[in-house]
Design a protein around this ligand. Sequence first.
Ligand SMILES: *Cc1c(COP(=O)(O)O)cnc(C)c1O
Length: 349
Amino acid sequence: MSTATLTIDLDALTTNWRMLDSVSADRVDTGAAIKANGYGLGMAPVAQALAQAGVRRFFVATAEEGAEARAALGDGPEINVFSGHMEGDAELLGQHALTPMINSADQLLRQLELLPGHPFGIQVDSGMNRLGMEPAEWDSLREIALSQNPTLIMSHLACADEPGHPMNYRQLQTFRGMTDGLPVKRSLAATGGILLGPEYHFDVTRPGVGLYGGMPFEEARPVVQVDLPVIQVRRVEAGESAGYGNTWTASQPATIATVSAGYADGIHRVLAPKTKLYAGEVACPIVGRISMDLITADISDLEEYVPETLSLLNSVQTVDILADNADTIGYEILTSLGARYARRFGPLA
Ligand SMILES: *Cc1c(COP(=O)(O)O)cnc(C)c1O
């Protein structure tokens, strides 16, 4: 088979959830963000494993994702939709018992008109200026919103991955100012916020990236491995080049392996110069440009034996190392992985 393999360790995923759960007090309910296809790993298996580990509140970006999550989870767990109640969403929200996080006066009116009596939460903007009601808007709507018993009031931190950033405390103060004393459960922290300390935990937390093994949760167990089948091996002489544009030329005789995966699999072209493929612990630098479906790597350091696959992502080259190589964040590496991989579940090699 020439399809690359994504191995997903669901035990590591649930271990990461338990570790993040244990950071907050017992009375705090630790949920899970499973938007974007479970951060690229697969919505259904991720949702089901987390539910089995004890997660009762899930968070997705859109009503369509919520419907997919409901199909995987069945009745029972709460599924919260960050984008709230958009025009055209009522049927999905109603049929799949999804809880929209209402972001504006328009959304609140739509909710009360089209889904009276259906649960909803409120998202307020504590300073990120991305989603949610601003303080003045919340002031004018809170009486009517509270009369309908919202399930949750939430907000999101802009700089939680930088513990020393003054924005964190500013947002905490704003959030408290908007919600202190209200008889509604509150949620402010994602992965980064959980690690900022107990005053950020409130009643419900919503970790995402830490579950999947990414920063800023340093102690996270790796959850994903990516293995790329070797299709061909060839010798090149000094002066020969490899790949589009002749961007790499051998300075000495070398052995080149061509593996089956490329930028269409989320292995961004910008990764090429710094990224290696691994045969066990042996690093084989990517040479030349990454193509849509193929990558060439210099395997000259391997003696005799050429493995059937080379690893892009493993315990040596982690999600966050790849992110650094591409000048991005682990979230983008994970959610770019794409649909072409064969997904396999089990322990990582
Ligand atoms: C994605 C997201 C989360 C999860 O964030 P992580 O940083 O991945 O833990 C939580 N809340 C909101 C509003 C989000 O958009």
